[in-house]
Design a protein around this ligand. Structure first.
Ligand code: TRP
Length: 339
């Protein structure tokens, strides 16, 4: 089994089918960048653009989102000298590994994948054929994801709760491959951040693009203010004591504030701070944190060649490993020169 360093390898992918919002930042991007700064980790972060094709057939969206997601991570200070940061589609070995793994994966295992089952159930609920609008891409999605993970022998995979099953499937598939062909793969583990994916959106439900309640991360100052003003509150007047723990404004405050600021705001709620004032303070808090990354972000969007350059360097770094891995695997399955 190739081992490229003694450190723990942490790997995660971001599907490039949208614009990052505050929930992505708090739940995934911020903790990932923080973890990548640790000396005991080797981090691999990549733009999952092959996965994006499963969700959308809008080429403009995939292309634009790839730029936006990359620019977001860079603007927030990801150190690409330290981390391996790449675009999935720049690593052709991932497709080859997907095939090797597809041939090792029972169809029955894929039948049990939540995302696929959910789509089938949706069809049944509306009286459609079970297979309606279900692509082989969606069906085999966990195998592509397994290839992403196993290619770099990741030990740990930070993901949202909805992705845990996929990481477990990667583990099953790895185990089966190892059993048949010798030990080539580390068995990966999902790492769910307890606070992750919990940021609430404008309407108080979990912030998610599909609920249409999200606040994009790099809105202009003016739009950010407007968006925060749309957070749902109750009808209590200024001067009336408010319950911080059931308030979305307070909940979002917590995700950005220091411990001391959290306590101070809690007191203000009890003393009856008005919603307008609380939102104004929330805007200032978030805006102060995002001001300089926002500037860097728009600078990068205007200069996509800089992002492209960084991704190409990342791909070179990643392929230095994936090429060795795929050689080893080809040999293991019997695909090798005849003499
Ligand atoms: N499927 C993941 C999601 O939608 C993204 C992803 C693709 C991923 N490949 C991965 C995450 C490998 C972790 C590891 O969130």
């Amino acid at each position: 089994m190739p081992n490229f360093s003694g450190k723990k390898r942490v790997l995660t992918g971001i599907t490039t089918s949208g614009t990052p919002h505050l929930g992505n930042y708090v739940g995934a991007i911020r903790p990932a960048i923080l973890a990548s700064e640790s000396e005991s980790n080797n981090a691999y972060f990549f733009l999952a653009d092959y996965h994006a094709l499963i969700k959308t057939q809008n080429p403009h969206l995939v292309h634009q989102s790839t730029l936006e997601v990359a620019a977001t991570w860079l603007a927030l200070g990801l150190d690409t000298e330290k981390v391996t940061f790449y675009r999935q589609s720049d690593i052709p070995e991932i497709q080859e590994l997907t095939w090797f793994l597809s041939c090792m994966t029972a169809k029955g295992l894929m039948n049990r994948a939540h995302a696929y089952k959910h789509a089938v159930q949706g069809n049944i609920d509306i009286g459609e054929d079970e297979d309606f609008a279900i692509s082989m891409g969606l069906f085999g999605y966990p195998i592509l994801m397994a290839a992403d993970i196993l290619m770099f022998n990741a030990h740990e995979v930070p993901v949202g709760r909805d992705q845990v099953q996929h990481v477990e499937m990667a583990r099953d598939i790895a185990q089966r491959f190892n059993y048949r062909f010798g030990k080539h793969f580390v068995l990966p583990k999902a790492e769910v951040d307890r606070d992750a994916s919990l940021l609430r959106g404008l309407d108080g439900r979990k912030m998610s693009k599909s609920y249409n309640n999200s606040i994009p991360l790099f809105l202009s100052e003016k739009q950010l203010k407007k968006s925060i003003n749309r957070i749902k509150t109750n009808l209590l007047e200024p001067g009336e004591s408010k319950d911080p723990d059931s308030s979305t404004v307070f909940h979002i405050w917590r995700a950005f504030a220091s411990r001391q600021q959290i306590e101070e705001m809690r007191e203000k709620f009890e003393q009856g701070i008005g919603w307008g004032e609380a939102k104004k303070q929330l805007f200032h808090l978030i805006n102060t944190k995002l001001e300089s990354p926002r500037e860097r972000y728009y600078e990068l969007l205007k200069n996509p060649e800089r992002v492209e350059f960084i991704l190409n360097k990342g791909a070179q770094k990643a392929r230095a490993e994936s090429k060795i891995m795929i050689e080893d695997l080809r040999d293991a399955v019997g695909i090798r020169p005849l003499s």
